[in-house]
Structure formats: C-alpha cells, structure tokens
Design a protein around this ligand. Sequence first.
Ligand code: SAM
Length: 316
Amino acid sequence: MGKASRDKRDIYYRKAKEEGWRARSAFKLLQIDEEFNIFEGVKRVVDLCAAPGSWSQVLSRKLYLPAKQSPALKDGELPLIVAIDLQPMAPIEGVIQVQGDITNARTAEVVIRHFDGCKADLVVCDGAPDVTGLHDMDEFVQSQLILAGLTIVTHILRQGGKFIAKIFRGKDTSLLYCQLKLFFPVVTFAKPKSSRNSSIEAFAVCENYSPPEGFNPKDLHRLLEMVGSPSGVDDLDCSSGWLEGPNKVYIPFLACGDLSGYDSDRSYPLPKVADGTYQSLDPVQPPIAPPYKRALEMKKASSQGIRDLEKLSLDS
Ligand code: SAM
C-alpha cells in the first residue's frame, strides 16, 4: 500500500506524522491517559517494548520536557524515563535506552539498577510479538510479555503505582484479569479509540499496586499458577467466559479517547492543498535496525542479481 493511500485509510497514521510521533500507537497512550490520568504525579517510569519509541515520546513530552522547562527543578529532580526494547531506537530527549529482551532476568536487573533503589510510579508495556496469525500462539507469546512486565513490576513499582499493558483478548482473558487483580485492586481493560475494532488488542490499566501481604517476587510464577485453581489463592473461577452465577468474572471493559473523535476503522478524505495534489509526509523516524532489514537487503540484492543476469543475456 502506498503512503498516500495508507494516509487516507488510516487517519491515526497520518496524524502521527503530522504531529511528529514515530508511530500511531502514541494516540493509544494519550487516549488511555485522557480516561485514567495515568501521568499524574509520575516522576519515574519504565517503557517496556518501546521501539520505535512513540510511547517514549509521549512520556518525554508529557513528563520530561515540561519539567525541564520548569525553573524550580534541578537536574537530579527531572523525571527518569527508562525504555527497553529488543531493537535499538533513535534517541529521545530525556529517555534512557536499554536494548534487551524483557523476558530475560538480566534485562530486568539492568532496569532495576537504573532506579538505584528507588521505585517507579508507572510501568507501561506495549510489547507485541511478531504476530503469526495463529491466534492461540500469538495470545500465548503476548501473555509471556505481560508476565515479564509483571515480573519487572513486582521489583520496581512503588506501592500505589500503575501498570499499563497491552493484552490480546482471547479465551484466557478472564484468567489474566484475575491474576492482575492479585496485585492491583483496580483493573480495567481499555480499548482506545485509535486501536482498531478489528484488532483483538486492548490494554490492561492496573491501578494502585498492592501486592499480597508478605509477597516475595520469587514466588510470582507459583502464585499466578494458583489463581483460579480449586485450592488456589482466589475463589473466583477465572477459567473462561462460560461461567454463570455469582462466581462469574465480569471484566470492566472501557472504550476510551474522545468517542466522537476519529474512527480508526474508517477512511477519511485526504486534505486538499493549494495546487490540488496531496503530499504524503515521510515517517517521523523509521526504525534504525528493523528485524526485516536483512530480508530487504536480500530482496534488493536478488533483484539486482536478476537485472544483471537479464542485462548479460541481452548483451550476449
Ligand atoms: N510502544 C511502541 C511505540 O509506541 O513506538 C511500539 C511497540 S511495538 C508494537 C512492539 C515492540 O515490542 C517491538 O518493538 C518489539 O521489538 C518489542 N518486543 C517484542 N518482544 C520483546 C521482548 N521480549 N523484549 C523486548 N522487546 C520486545
């Protein structure tokens, strides 16, 4: 699809370029904030799975840049934003980057070290695996990222802090809800207006971090496995949506963002310019080392090879 037709078909893609965001995902975090006020009082934040960096840009613009302009704040008092991803990303003002796998304990340790004994007020995780199209598999890999996020949360989130995580809605959604409820008394599954209805993506907005009394982060996995089991830590049966009666789990699900605003599933006409032609903008910051880079190089090399062969046969 060409850039201009994507601009027409995807209003948030176009708006992202106009407003200088590296990805349309920025609007999802902004719309979650409109509803839940997640940035209030936040001084330290971790952005998990951050590349190409539009959420980190939001954090920088909402937290770091205003603080930097405030004459009352000294260097050491500026908000701390740590962003992690498997992929490297171009620098963003006020954002410390860590390249690594969030499911790896060593990456978690690096993040924790940046906090130097202090706790974070907010952890956000927009992690997504390379989607295979096999729904169960994708949901499983996604849940591994949430688990990795929750592991980091249990080490560095302060009591009362917030955790926002991308989820894929599926058959285990109620189980995930119950697991998150172990740590957060308020959990809402939110669907920002900029997230397409056709996508199974939603965001768990978890508020007021309150781990169970005597909780040891080492026990996280065992504790999560017990949720919903007959002798488990939670009497609610969280296994599926088919339950009836008082034990049925109702998940608060909320659409957020200006509901009369742009619809991400609609095509919008392209704006007219003076000479009648529409000029599509380039992406704000293309990924600097995308996983598909090697494939592109190989494709380019092979088309060049074919052209050389064709030229050879024409010349001979
Ligand atoms: N929030 C980002 C933004 O606004 O630009 C977009 C995130 S993108 C949807 C998902 C990211 O998850 C990818 O950059 C991918 O590299 C990252 N990711 C997937 N698995 C990961 C892992 N195990 N550790 C770290 N990052 C991971």
